[in-house]
Design a protein around this ligand. Structure first.
Ligand SMILES: [Zn+2]
Length: 61
């Protein structure tokens, strides 16, 4: 069973029943991230290493 289809923030696991989640589509997989953690995706993508396979290739904004 894969976690990647669950609609929960990849960082804090909050569900879409509590906050609006933004869907990320990457390498044919879907991930979800909450508004609180979008800045991490943009500015500290290295924090996503180990959560999203291939995140080490993301470029910080
Ligand atoms: Zn979050």
């Amino acid at each position: 069973m894969s976690n990647s289809d669950k609609k929960e923030c990849i960082l804090c696991n909050v569900g879409s029943n509590k906050v609006p989640l933004v869907q990320l589509h990457y390498q044919d997989k879907n991930y979800w991230i909450c508004p609180q953690h979008i800045p991490i995706l943009i500015h500290q993508p290295d924090k996503l290493e180990g959560i999203i396979p291939g995140a080490e290739n993301f470029q910080a904004g």
